[in-house]
Design a protein around this ligand. Sequence first.
Ligand code: FES
Length: 580
Amino acid sequence: MTFKPAPWPRKLRSQEWYGGTSRDTIYHRGWMKNQGYPHDLFDGRPVIGIMNTWSDLTPCNGHLRELAEKVKAGVWEAGGFPVEVPAFSASENTFRPSAMMFRNLAALATEEQMRGQPIDGAVLLVGCDKTTPSLMMAAASTDIPSIVVTGGPMLNGYFRGERVGSGTHLWKFSEAVKAGEMTQEEFVEAEASMSRSSGTCNTMGTASTMASMAEALGMALSGNAAIPAVDSRRRVMAQLSGRRIVQMVKDDLKPSDILTKKAFENAIRTNGAIGGSTNAVVHLLALAGRVGVDVTLDDWDRLGRDVATIVNLMPSGEYLMEEFFYAGGLPVVLKRLGEAGQLHKDALTVSGGSIWDEVKDVINHNEDVIRPADRALTDHGGIAVLRGNLAPKGAVLKPSAASAHLLTHRGRAVVFEDIDDYKAKIVDDALDIDETCVMVLKNCGPRGYPGMAEVGNMGLPAKVLKKGITDMVRISDARMSGTAYGTVVLHTAPEAAAGGPLAVVRDGDMIELDVPNRRLHLDISDEELAARLEAWVPAHERPESGYAWLHQAHVMGADTGADLDFLLGCRGRDVGKDSH
Ligand code: FES
């Protein structure tokens, strides 16, 4: 930790708009005054942009306008000038074809909003899956001091006395209906119990994972990730973060000071300890690309291998985020990692101090929710990175969500050329498939779907479910919801739509999955594979215009984070000349 605060007072970038008496300044300042701001607010104090991903159509972030008021209170208290700015909000549960297709667009839009306007520091008000990485990517690209405040998870869901986890039980109940174990009416009755308060998914899905990643990276105040959305302490966290960002601006504590290689290594290990979502892989790779830190898929495999999953939350375990918060939340996990020698204790956080200082004195209040190492859910909780002739650039699998007996498996491929082909075939009882087969889904990667939708955890055929079997090996270039589970190989790269080997798998080919040895093999000869690849033609036409065209023309592979190639790197906070 080598951070040295900048001298204060000094001229901030917002004074390029608001400082002095020039015609341009009067133009900028005068317009702001139509909102009733007194003249002295433009005296050089930090202007804090509250980048708010609230939207009625992002229900997970539906309460963020109320939270923004608490952020504003904190900014005022610390002597700053808060301005609330609407940021692009891509809801995981609504946006088509996939919220992931718009993560980079949201990052691009927010980056330009931050750079092109008089913002000295930013509070990133986020929650739903893509909103957290997209705004962190924007902050990294501008390097404007920024702090993450997440909206917090929903309260526990209950249905007929049982805990119900967002997403996780959607998949479970849907399979139960197919297996004839639950009626459609019961499924509809369960619907409201899954989402009984404001907030994000209450499982350790992608939203909770990314909130935890933000905290482990040092981009949020300690304890932020797990506080339930409706708990009064969530509002306190928002207010404290508003206070804190003002000092960060004065100190010039930037994302590039915090997002170091050590910070990413801490986050990757944390993901293993919490049993976090595979989506964190693409998001952290993309974020690292924005700050120019060398993080690769191999780091994920290397760093996660010996990390025990100690957080007993769905989808890997039993509990939900509310109980994680009561147990002590992420600081307890970070303390455990530190005690196990698996945390860079000196990594800097938005607090201006080290991550270890933040967590070293916390207490675990429930050892069934945050387990001791000798009762870990699994000793090897990280993300497994598989390679082989079917995934030359890698594929990922989450061992803690997989079935132990399937981690080494050889089976006959049943191929679905795209998601529509899957939907059409999977309901056909005549489909030649049983539980020993390997389901292969193509054309669902970053270019393919387009946008790499969360369809990798394909539902099993009813005739298999009716035997009481709940898991099969599934392989695709898609992602999987962080709330999902199963022996599911994801992010296969290069993807099928880019002509990767996945594109040429045929029905009846034999596939070998060997997770202990990190191997994914299509059992055909090298010559046969080369001949098939030579003859390959894309299955779908490319869009001719609009953002879909831009996305497909420039999106990179999942193995490097699926960012747009022209958005790599930090472009800084400097802006061009005033046009007036
Ligand atoms: Fe938005 Fe889960 S769908 S947080």
